[in-house]
Design a protein around this ligand. Structure first.
Ligand code: 3HC
Length: 311
């Protein structure tokens, strides 16, 4: 028997309105939102590591300042998103433990190494570009706090993407060695960037329900295609080659045809067997342990404040 809450929830979705934390929602919707928001938050926090490794090695003060700002932005994105997850009853400490213990995922892309400074530019251009493709539709996600967090995050991501592309443009007008360094980074990051959009729709256990609940507005393959269509002209303008022999404009479809990512590699990375998985989690575990005293002190102070207020 459909209760008032369920009727209201269905009506909210039908009207393209937003579900708010205090609204009735199916348990499955709550679980899916916590899962997706937590993974998104984990990805932002883990995503600080690959580029963070280059802050002390940036070639100029300007590049260092830009990279500092970007990495700080990622931390802020993580905090917004953990706060959005908390509106659903999740506990931030529990989510961190799930991440560290491998019971929750973060984006596969951050399990690849950043070997040269060109990687910083390619991450901005391709990884943040893919994130923008994925996150702009999430500004219309049905869960209010998540959609609102996306609006601000997307504004900052566009700065991330532009600074990366500008960095690469600078290197491409440099020496042949610099141009080769950029091409090498593009070769290493192209396919992992396509994997950011998730498995093919046919292998996605969550997409159908997430589309029905208007959490997702497009499928994994739709967004992957949108990203390829957007990126090919940018690669041409940059003067780099995307490492896909099947890439070709299909006038009939009005899209670029492209090859398939190595889904066996994708599955290996998700299972923890990527080049940098162990290092990323060890770093996060250490940071969590190092920060325990701060959390304990803040909790003790808050308890003291509430005792004083109660007296
Ligand atoms: N990395 C890690 N796990 C992935 C993944 C990826 N690239 N793609 C899919 N998965 C996981 C899913 O989480 C799911 O596992 P789970 O059920 O245990 O959670 C499984 O693979 C099946 O995938 P589905 O497509 O069925 O799962 P979803 O419907 O959740 O779709 C998603 C996956 C498209 C990544 C979706 O979760 C999403 O849009 N998330 C929000 C955006 C996001 O997380 N982006 C990550 C990058 S953040 C970032 O880039 C920071 C920026 O500053 C650079």
């Amino acid at each position: 028997m459909t209760g008032d809450g369920e009727r209201a929830f269905t009506q909210t979705l039908e009207r393209d309105q937003r579900v708010e934390p205090r609204d009735w929602m199916p348990d499955g919707y709550r679980r899916t939102m916590i899962r997706q928001i937590a993974q998104h938050a984990h990805s932002e926090i883990i995503g600080m590591q690959p580029e963070g490794e280059w802050i002390t090695r940036a070639p100029t003060l300007r590049r260092k300042a830009i990279l500092l700002a970007k990495v700080q932005d990622e931390a802020g994105h993580g905090l917004y998103l953990y706060s959005a997850a908390e509106t659903l009853g999740a506990d931030r400490g529990d989510l961190t433990r799930r991440l560290i213990e491998g019971r929750q995922k973060y984006s596969s892309i951050f399990n690849y190494p950043t070997l040269t400074f060109a990687d910083v530019g390619v991450i901005g251009w391709l990884v943040d570009g893919a994130a923008i493709c994925n996150q702009v539709p999430l500004c219309r996600s049905s869960f209010g706090p998540y959609a609102r967090a996306m609006i601000r995050i997307c504004k900052e991501e566009s700065f991330h993407q532009r600074q990366g592309y500008e960095l690469l443009m600078t290197m491409m007008t440099g020496t042949p060695a610099q141009r080769e360094t950029v091409q090498d980074a593009v070769n290493r990051w192209w396919w992992p960037s396509l994997m950011m959009f998730g498995p093919p729709d046919a292998d996605s256990p969550n997409t159908a329900q997430s589309m029905a609940w208007k959490i997702k507005r497009h499928t994994n393959d739709e967004l992957r295609q949108r990203f390829v269509d957007m990126t090919v002209p940018q690669a041409q303008a940059l003067g780099v080659t995307l490492p896909d022999g099947e890439l070709a404009w299909n006038a009939e479809r009005g899209h670029y045809d492209f090859g398939a990512p190595d889904w066996a590699e994708f599955k290996r990375v998700l299972a923890g067997d990527g080049p940098m998985n162990a290092r990323r989690i060890a770093h996060r575990r250490r940071a969590d342990a190092d920060g325990a005293w701060v959390r304990e002190a803040a909790a003790a102070h808050a308890a003291k404040q509430s005792r004083a207020a109660g007296q």
